[in-house]
Design a protein around this ligand. Sequence first.
Ligand code: NDP
Length: 253
Amino acid sequence: MQEKTIYDLLLWTVFISSILIFVVLFFIRAPYGRHYRQGWGLETSARLGWMVMESPAVLVMAYVFVIGDRTTHLASVVFFLIWMSHYIQRTFIYPMLMKGGKKNFPILLIIFALTFNSINAYLNGRYLFYFSAPYTTAWLTGPRFLLGVALFAVGFVINVHSDSILRNLRQEDENGYSIPEGGLFRYVSNPNYFGEMLEWIGWAVLTWSLPGLAFAVFTIANLLPRAWANHRWYQKEFSSYPEDRKILIPFIF
Ligand code: NDP
């Protein structure tokens, strides 16, 4: 089979699986973090789990960048750096900083995420650095790129800031939960997910690509049901939980 045929199959698999996981995740919460429960087979530490499952997003993207024929194209280099700014943070910095990182994490979930991250990095990188018509340098001053990069940057700041608020709720090696305050937590229960979604919507806009759109759709399908479950969990666990706090999008939802 030709590579392009396999590529297209994988791309449509991401779109279709997004619909499936969106539905399934409303009924089955992924068993990690506050929704962790036993019975999902072998486990490892959460810290190691995050590093392993996110690493293909760095490694595969770096590989397809190098084997593509656009390593000297400015637009390609900029796309590469934007992607890496997120994934170096997520793969290496976030897990090293996380508190309660000795908590267990099912290896089955790591395999799922590792598989998705490999496919996703391949789809995005291979498109940008090989299959697409080359993006010109002028693309970097066009409206789609500028709007997308602004969304990505705002999302990145919200995501990292919100995760740092959560981290500071705990002492080293502590595993408990409390009500987060400050930042966008004033308005929503899951600002880190809101930031993550903004980032990948921004990525879809700034690359104006189907694989970018597929990733944004997948991220929303994955995180929206969990945001809803997290919100309900807070309301159940804490009788003093702020009533006016929304689930995900300030003032709206
Ligand atoms: P959570 O918000 O559930 O947890 C983030 C960290 O904060 C965890 O270490 C968690 O500990 C801790 N924490 C959460 N709530 C509290 C609290 N109330 N009190 C004290 N500590 C708390 O996020 P996820 O673990 O689901 O995701 C982590 C990051 O990965 C996020 O930035 C998210 O956007 C991103 N992500 C992206 C996905 C995508 O599809 N692109 C998919 C999944 C995550 P513990 O683990 O012990 O609960």
